[in-house]
Design a protein around this ligand. Structure first.
Ligand code: SF4
Length: 478
C-alpha cells in the first residue's frame, strides 16, 4: 500500500555521454547525482558502435547497478541513462527507461523527462491503426510515431514525431553512433550541455556535471535539438515559434540546490525566496528553522533578511529515503515522525518560524506543527517560500488531483487552523517572480495561477489521469 506523499514529486532525470571510453561509468555517476529526480527505477543503455546493450531495474541506482554489473557494461563510448519516478504509466519494470527499439532504420534508445498531455489521444489513434504498445509509458508514443514516418532522414523522423506530441519533454535519443538531445518548445523541463575533455554530456541538472568534473557549457534552449556525432555538435531549431515557460517549481523544490539552471544557482534563488518572504511578512520570533532538507535554503534567506537567528529545530533521519512505500504498517503509521525529530533544546520556550518550500495536502505540515509543540515551542509560525498551490501539474510532475490540494478551496485562515499554527504565511506570486529576477526566462506558474502554457482540457484530465499501480515487491524502504 502506498502512503500519500505530501509533496509534489520529481519526475525523471536523464543523462548521456558521447565520445568517452568511460561513457558507461560517467553515466552511472551522473544518475547517482540525479537520484533525487526519480527513485523507482534506473536504466542505462550503452552503444558499442554496432549494437545497444540495455540494463534496467527497479529501485535506486545503487541497487540496480550493484556489484560488477557496471564494469560488464563498460563497452562503448556512447551511453544514455535515466532515473524514473512514474508520472505516467505504472511503476513496473516494463516501464523503466531508457526504452530500446529495433525498427526498419536500426536501433534506437530513448530517455524522457516530462509528460505528454495528448498521450491518450495519440495512443488511441495509433492502436486503432494497428500499433501494439509494449508499455504504458507516454514516451513509447514517440518511437511509434518515428517508426511510421515516411521521412528519409532519421532526424526528420524525430522532428515529425515531436511535432505531433504536446507537453513537456527533455529527451535523450541515442543511435549506434549519435546522441541527440531535445527540449520541448516551451522549455518546461531543464536540460544542460556539458563537456568533459573532448566529450559531450547532456544532463537534467548541472549537479551531475559537477560530480564527473565536466564543464557546464550552457542550457539547451526551448525547442532546440542538438545532434552530437563524429562531426561534432550541431544545433537545429525546427519550431517557428518557441515560448519560454520554464517550470518555476524546479527552483522551488525539484532541482538540487547545488545545481545551476538558466545561469542561476538554485540555492541562491531559494535564499531569495526566503528573503522576499521575510520582507513581505514581518513576524516577531526568536528563531527561524527549516523543514529539512527542502526548506533549508529559504530559511537561511529568511533569517538573513529578518535578522532572526537560524537554527536546526528538526533533524532529518538520513536513512529514511524519499521512497514512499513503507513495508510495515507500524512504520506507515509513524509517517513524518520517523523522518523528522525535533530538538527540544533549540525549541523549548521559543517563538519559532518554521520554513518549508511548499504546502500540498497539508498533512505533513500539520504533523510538524504537532512535533514542534510537543517539543515545547511557545509559538509556531509556518512560512512557505512559494504561493498557495491550487492546481495540478500535467507536465511531468506527480501531483494530487486538485480536490486533494489543501489550497484549492480552503482560505489561508482555514489552512492555518487545520495546521494548528499561530500564523501561516505564503510568498506572494509577485514576490516569487521578483526573487527569481529573470529577464531572459519566463515561467510556468500554472499550479499557482491556473495559467497553463498549452491548450488542453485540464479539467477533464484532472479526473481521468490513470492512478499509478504500485508493485510493493519491487520497492524497498531505504
Ligand atoms: S504546473 Fe507547476 S509544477 Fe507543473 S510545470 Fe507548471 S510550475 Fe511546474
Amino acid at each position: 500500500m502506498a502512503t500519500s506523499v505530501d509533496k509534489f514529486h520529481d519526475e525523471c532525470g536523464v543523462f548521456g555521454v558521447y565520445g568517452d571510453a568511460n561513457a558507461m561509468q560517467l553515466t552511472y555517476m551522473g544518475l547517482y547525482a540525479l537520484q533525487h529526480r526519480g527513485q523507482e527505477s534506473a536504466g542505462i543503455v550503452v552503444s558499442d558502435g554496432e549494437k545497444m546493450i540495455p540494463f534496467r531495474g527497479m529501485g535506486l541506482v545503487s541497487k540496480v547497478f550493484k556489484g560488477t554489473r557496471v564494469e560488464r557494461l563498460n563497452v562503448g563510448h556512447l551511453c544514455i541513462g535515466h532515473v524514473r519516478y512514474s508520472t505516467a504509466g505504472a511503476s513496473l519494470l516494463k516501464n523503466a527507461q531508457p526504452f530500446v527499439a529495433e525498427y526498419s532504420r536500426g536501433s534506437i534508445a530513448i530517455a524522457h523527462n516530462g509528460n505528454l498531455i495528448n498521450y491518450n489521444e495519440l495512443c488511441t489513434r495509433l492502436e486503432d491503426e494497428g500499433s501494439i504498445f509494449q508499455s504504458s509509458m507516454d514516451t513509447e508514443i514517440i518511437l511509434h510515431l518515428m517508426a511510421r514516418s515516411q521521412k528519409l532522414k532519421f532526424i526528420d523522423t524525430l522532428i515529425e514525431a515531436l511535432k505531433q506530441v504536446k507537453g513537456a519533454y527533455s529527451l535523450l535519443v541515442m543511435r549506434q553512433n549519435a546522441l541527440i538531445g531535445a527540449r520541448d518548445p516551451n522549455g518546461l523541463r531543464p536540460l544542460v550541455l556539458g563537456k568533459i575533455n573532448n566529450s559531450y554530456v547532456l544532463s537534467s541538472e548541472t549537479c551531475a556535471l559537477d560530480l564527473i568534473k565536466a564543464e557546464y557549457v550552457r542550457d539547451i534552449e526551448p525547442g532546440e535539438i542538438v545532434i552530437i556525432d563524429k562531426d561534432g555538435l550541431r544545433s537545429i531549431k525546427p519550431w517557428e515559434k518557441t515560448d519560454n515557460n520554464f517550470c518555476i517549481f524546479e527552483y522551488i523544490y525539484f532541482s538540487r540546490p547545488d545545481s545551476v539552471i538558466n545561469g542561476k544557482s538554485v540555492h541562491q534563488v531559494r535564499k531569495a525566496f526566503g528573503a522576499q518572504l521575510a520582507r513581505e511578512v514581518r513576524i516577531e520570533a526568536d528563531i527561524v528553522i527549516p523543514v529539512p532538507d527542502s526548506g533549508v535554503s529559504a530559511a537561511l534567506g529568511y533569517s538573513q533578511a529578518s535578522g532572526i537567528p537560524f537554527d536546526y529545530g528538526l533533524i532529518r533521519n538520513r536513512y529514511v529515503g524519499r521512497t514512499f512505500i513503507q513495508p510495515m504498517q507500524i512504520i506507515r503509521d509513524l509517517g513524518v515522525e520517523i523522518k523528522l525529530n525535533p530538538v527540544p533544546a533549540v525549541l523549548a520556550g521559543k517563538r519559532v518560524i518554521v520554513i518549508d518550500d511548499s504546502l500540498v495536502r497539508g498533512t505533513t505540515s500539520r504533523k510538524i506543527v504537532g512535533l514542534l509543540r510537543h517539543a515545547g515551542a511557545k509559538e509556531i509560525h509556518f512560512g512557505l517560500s512559494s504561493p498557495p498551490i491550487a492546481h495540478s501539474c500535467f507536465f511531468g510532475i506527480d501531483t494530487p488531483n486538485r480536490k486533494d490540494l489543501i489550497a484549492a478551496d480552503a482560505s489561508s485562515e482555514q489552512i492555518r487552523k487545520y495546521l494548528q499554527a499561530d500564523s501561516l504565511s505564503y510568498l506572494s506570486h509577485e514576490g516569487m517572480l521578483k526573487a527569481v529576477d529573470s529577464k531572459e526566462v519566463a515561467f510556468c506558474t500554472a499550479c499557482f495561477n491556473v495559467n497553463y502554457p498549452l491548450k488542453f482540457n485540464y479539467k477533464q484530465a484532472d479526473s481521468r489521469l490513470p492512478k499509478k499501480i504500485i508493485d510493493e515487491e519491487q520497492l524497498e524502504l531505504v
